[in-house]
Ligand binder design. Structure first.
Ligand code: ZN
Length: 342
């Protein structure tokens, strides 16, 4: 099969589109003929590498994928060759204490496609049967691939962990990325009042089309002050901050007393100072999470299949042009998801 291989860390030049042996499904596993694979910022972090990361080379990036069932391993009974499927990118053991409690994203031997296992920048992928979800004929492969990681992450953070309710005021810091776009849509669907801070007018306009109610252009005003004004000095119930170092202090200021701050990542850097007086003085709760359990995957993908949540697809590239696709992701000049077509 063709795949994009990674043999060392580095820039986009280390991505190599080439032939590699097609993997074979073991017991309980399925070979999927991938029709779409979506990019995530995670792909760039894995490609660049971080202290302590250990990849089994040649590595294949990519968490998100959708396609057709191509071959069944032994003991597979729930799917048939030719079935259209979406893929949950989380890998879990099904036996540990966390898995037994339905918290499979906390699994003792948790892995993620494209990070700690070979991923979806390829024509074929082997995954456990339990990771597959039947994909209705009405939903495109690109849509399913674009939705998987970001909607699972956003749903688990906002709804399961953040307990967002109708009427809550929620501030999403940042408008362009996949998780934040998903957060805006999910918060709107949940009946929240959605405030969005964006870097320019074009991104804010797109955020509005996804359901944002109040737009704040951070190139024009101090956004935590703007939130203070818009909420009559009260602050918001929930802040979604996946930016990190550049914004976290402002997010703490923008939260109301007793508010909660949700984070699933940090696009501007992971380390920053916290003024503890704000935490206890304002009775704040900081809630971190990563990905989500399979039950959340089923729930949120069901909403995608019903067209209640619709991932925005910025652009598509042939698999052979993975370098160009990643350069686009690194440029920040996009809105929504970038998708590869294997
Ligand atoms: Zn487990």
């Amino acid at each position: 099969m063709k795949a994009v291989l990674l043999r060392e860390h580095g820039g986009t030049e280390v991505l190599e589109y080439t032939d590699v042996e097609t993997p074979q499904p073991g017991p309980g596993e399925v070979l999927v003929d991938l029709k779409a694979a979506a990019l995530n910022r995670l792909d760039i972090w894995v490609r660049d590498g971080w202290p302590g990361i250990k990849l089994e080379y040649p590595h294949i990036l990519g968490a998100d994928g959708a396609g057709l069932v191509a071959e069944l391993g032994a003991e597979v009974s729930g799917v048939q060759s030719g079935d259209r499927v979406a893929i949950n990118p989380d890998l879990w053991c099904g036996r540990c204490v966390y898995c037994a409690a339905g918290q499979d994203n906390l699994c003792d031997s948790w892995r993620l496609l494209g990070e700690s296992a070979r991923g979806t920048y390829a024509q074929y992928l082997v995954v456990p049967e339990r990771n597959l979800l039947p994909l209705p004929d009405t939903v495109g492969f690109e849509t399913a691939a674009a939705a998987s990681l970001v909607y699972l992450t956003a749903w688990h953070s906002l709804i399961t962990r953040g307990k967002l309710r109708a009427g809550d005021r929620v501030l999403v810091v940042g408008a362009g990325g996949g998780v934040n776009s998903a957060c805006i849509q999910i918060a709107h669907l949940a009946g929240a009042q959605v405030y969005v801070v964006g870097s320019d007018a074009a991104k804010l306009e797109q955020a509005e089309s996804l359901g944002a109610d109040e737009l704040i252009d951070r190139s024009k005003e101090d956004w935590s002050k703007a939130i203070f004004k818009l909420t009559r000095r009260r602050g918001v119930d929930v802040v979604v901050d996946n930016v990190g170092a550049e914004t976290f202090f402002h997010s703490i200021r923008a939260a109301r007393k007793g508010g909660r701050i949700l984070t699933v990542g940090n696009t501007s850097g992971p380390k920053f100072e916290l003024d503890n007086r704000y935490l206890f003085g304002k009775h704040l709760t900081i809630i971190g999470s990563s990905m989500g359990p399979h039950t959340d995957f089923l729930t949120v993908m069901g909403l995608v299949f019903e067209d209640k949540l619709t991932p925005v697809i910025d652009s598509t590239f042939p698999l052979a042009e993975a370098r160009a696709a990643q350069r686009k992701l690194e440029s920040d000049d996009f809105f929504g998801k970038i998708v590869l077509l294997p």
